[in-house]
Design a binder for this molecule. Structure first.
Ligand code: HEC
Ligand code: HEC
Length: 317
């Protein structure tokens, strides 16, 4: 039986995506710092584990880490910010819009790449930061509540979205770097998602299969299957009606499948746009050589180029 994710999850993701990280930051932070006191430790721990543990789980073995453990982050932030309000403010500001300049963990940025923008609500992050500030150094004492908290299963929409966005951010930064240093033509060989180390470690941690597929693929290996084609058609219809596109989650006997559209922007058109006007002749020549069956041309901005199709086994214990 296929269960499309509940309205609650949809609302959660819609809400998190609608939250603008840039609105009246100062007031919000101050206001939230006060409000934090009224939220229970249980609720804060639950937010932390559901929203941040995909990447920061302190129990992950070090060889398959994709980000520093939350315990390391807490320690580093405490070293920099002894004052509680400052600790919360700095963490909220970083998570809202991570930059290398703001980062306090340059080795982690080097090793794992900058944390992607994940669109968390400022309020949730402020609660999480307050919890971390107060928490003991021993992470095994963090699990609070009546034991039910032990069984927190991460929201599959959130897990899928995080995997898609972090792969995208890694792919995007590598692609931009390659275009800068090698030009469009030279960058062509870099646009292969299968080579992504993040995809690999995400896959290891979540035993997930992360793919990018399309109805008009460049690489025939990325051809969408029947189910994926149906979801692409649905996303396209949503976009053409000007409706907000929300990821689709299907669950079947513990197997979760997540689908999220991949939209074009102007940057993509130098490789996926109109022939000769947007894709330069030298690039076309190289594309013809590498991808004789290339269908991924003629796109405009803000169109559905394909989807993230991500599958994993929901942990039950
Ligand atoms: C999809 C993966 C992912 C998720 C989910 C995630 N992070 Fe991160 N985060 C990273 C990575 C990678 C780094 C290390 C690189 C860096 O510092 O930017 C990081 C670093 C950080 C840092 C240290 C930044 C610095 O360098 O000063 C903080 C603080 C942080 N994360 C907070 C959070 C919080 C709070 C959440 C949950 C609300 C969260 N993260 C969820 C990937 C993630
Ligand atoms: C430098 C050229 C270049 C740019 C810029 C580029 N792509 Fe690609 N894209 C490619 C190549 C080459 C492939 C085939 C990769 C492979 O062999 O798996 C590809 C494949 C894809 C695929 C997988 C499906 C398929 O067609 O094989 C998607 C989805 C995709 N690109 C989306 C985008 C989006 C969205 C952007 C802009 C944000 C973008 N690309 C920018 C060159 C580019």
């Amino acid at each position: 039986m296929i269960r499309v994710s509940s309205l609650f999850l949809m609302a959660a993701i819609l809400f998190s995506q609608c939250t603008s990280p840039y609105t009246s930051k100062k007031n919000l932070v101050a206001q939230e710092a006060e409000e934090v006191l009224t939220v229970s430790k249980e609720a804060s721990y639950s937010m932390l584990s559901r929203q941040c543990y995909t990447c920061h789980n302190p129990d992950f073995p070090s060889e398959s880490r994709i980000a520093p453990s939350i315990a390391e982050i807490k320690k580093t932030y405490l070293e920099h910010f002894q004052d509680k309000e400052e600790f919360i403010k700095q963490m909220v500001q970083f998570v809202n819009a991570p930059t290398i300049e703001k980062g306090k963990m340059p080795e982690a940025i080097n090793q794992y790449n900058l944390m992607p923008v994940l669109g968390f609500s400022e309020k949730d992050v402020a609660h999480i930061a307050a919890f971390l500030y107060e928490a003991s150094d021993d992470v095994s004492t963090w699990k609070v509540g009546d034991g039910q908290e032990e069984n927190i299963t991460m929201d599959p929409v959130e897990v899928g979205r995080q995997m898609a966005l972090s792969t995208k951010s890694q792919l995007g930064s590598n692609l931009m770097g390659a275009i800068k240093s090698k030009g469009t033509e030279g960058a062509l060989t870099f646009c292969n998602v299968a080579a992504m180390p993040l995809t690999d470690s995400m896959s290891q941690v979540h035993q997930a299969v992360i793919t990018r597929v399309s109805d008009k693929p460049r690489n025939p290996d990325n051809q969408a299957n029947e189910t994926e084609l149906a979801h692409i058609a649905y996303f396209k219809a949503q976009v053409s009606k000007g409706q907000k596109v929300v990821p689709i989650v299907e669950e079947q006997e513990g197997q979760v499948h997540f689908y999220m559209p991949i939209m074009t922007n102007n940057m993509c058109l130098q490789c996926h746009g109109e022939i000769n006007t947007q894709i330069q002749p030298t690039t076309i020549a190289r594309l013809d050589e590498l991808y004789p069956e290339d269908k991924a041309r003629g796109y405009g901005p803000d169109q559905v180029r394909g989807i993230w199709s991500i599958a994993w086994q929901q942990k039950t214990e």
